[in-house]
Design a protein around this ligand. Structure first.
Ligand code: C5P
Length: 219
C-alpha cells in the first residue's frame, strides 16, 4: 500500500448501479456510470488506504489497487458490504435500485399473444441506513450521497437525519447544472457542523478533497 495519512485504514466504497433481474435475460437498471465512486476509491488508495470496492455493473473500469468485489443486485451489494466489515470508514456512492422484482422468473418469460406481463416490486435493503444504524461494529465514519433537484441543503440535511450517517455529500442534479453525466460536480458537505458548500470542480477533485477530509476525520 502507498504511504500516506490513511495507511492501515480500511475503507469500504460502494459504486455504480445495481441490476435487478426480471428473468435470466432481462433486468432493471439505472444510468449510474460509477465514475464518482471510482474516483473516490482511487483518491483513498493514493492516501494509503486499504479499499474494498464493492461495485455494481459500472461502465467505467474499476480503480487499481483495491480489493474488488463485483456484484449485480442490491441484495448482493448489501451482503458484500457486510462481509467486508469491519472498516474505519464506509462511503456509499452506489446508485442502488430502490426496488427489485418481487419474484424474478427462473426461466425466460415468454411472449404470449394478448397477455402482457405484470411486474410486482419489493423494496431493496437500504445499505447506507443499515450500516449507519448498526451499533456495534459500525464504521467510525459513514458517508452517503444525495442527488437533489431542489432545496438541496434542506433535503440532504433531512436525509442525513433519516439515514443516521455522519456526512452527506449532496449535489444539485437539476438539468440546468449540467452535472448529471458531466465531468464537474458542485457539492455541499452536510455534517453535524452544518452545510459546507464546495466550489464547482472536477469529479476527481471532489474525490481528492473528500479523501483528505476522511483522513482528517480518522486521525
Ligand atoms: O435515499 P437515497 O437513495 O436518495 O439515498 C442515497 C444514498 O443512500 C446514497 O449514498 C446511496 O448509495 C445510499 N443507498 C443505499 N442503499 C439503498 C439506497 C440508497 O446504500 N438501497
Amino acid at each position: 500500500f502507498a504511504d500516506g495519512p490513511l495507511r492501515g485504514r480500511h475503507v469500504v466504497v460502494t459504486s455504480g448501479p445495481t441490476h435487478e433481474p426480471i428473468d435470466p435475460v432481462r433486468y432493471i437498471a439505472n444510468r449510474s456510470s460509477g465514475a464518482q465512486g471510482t474516483a473516490i476509491a482511487r483518491a483513498l488508495v493514493a492516501l494509503g488506504a486499504e479499499v474494498t470496492f464493492v461495485s455494481g455493473p459500472a461502465s467505467v473500469a474499476p480503480p487499481a489497487g483495491v480489493r474488488l468485489v463485483q456484484v449485480e443486485t442490491a441484495a448482493q451489494m448489501m451482503q458484500a458490504v457486510q462481509a467486508a466489515l469491519p472498516a474505519d470508514a464506509a462511503i456509499f456512492a452506489a446508485a442502488v435500485a430502490d426496488w427489485r422484482v418481487a419474484s424474478a422468473s427462473g426461466s425466460k418469460i415468454k411472449k404470449k399473444a394478448g397477455a402482457l406481463p405484470v411486474l410486482e416490486f419489493a423494496e431493496n435493503p437500504d445499505i447506507l441506513a443499515t450500516v449507519s444504524q448498526m451499533g456495534a461494529g459500525r464504521p467510525a465514519l459513514v458517508v452517503g450521497f444525495a442527488a437533489e433537484t431542489d432545496d438541496v441543503v434542506a433535503h440532504a440535511t433531512a436525509k442525513r437525519q433519516r439515514k443516521g450517517c455522519d456526512w452527506i455529500l449532496a449535489n444539485d442534479v437539476s438539468p440546468a447544472t449540467g452535472i448529471m453525466g458531466g465531468t464537474d460536480n458542485a457539492v455541499v458537505l452536510i455534517s453535524d457542523a452544518g452545510a459546507e458548500e464546495w466550489p464547482r470542480m472536477a469529479k476527481d477533485a471532489v474525490a481528492e478533497r473528500l479523501a483528505q477530509r476522511v483522513a482528517d476525520a480518522l486521525v
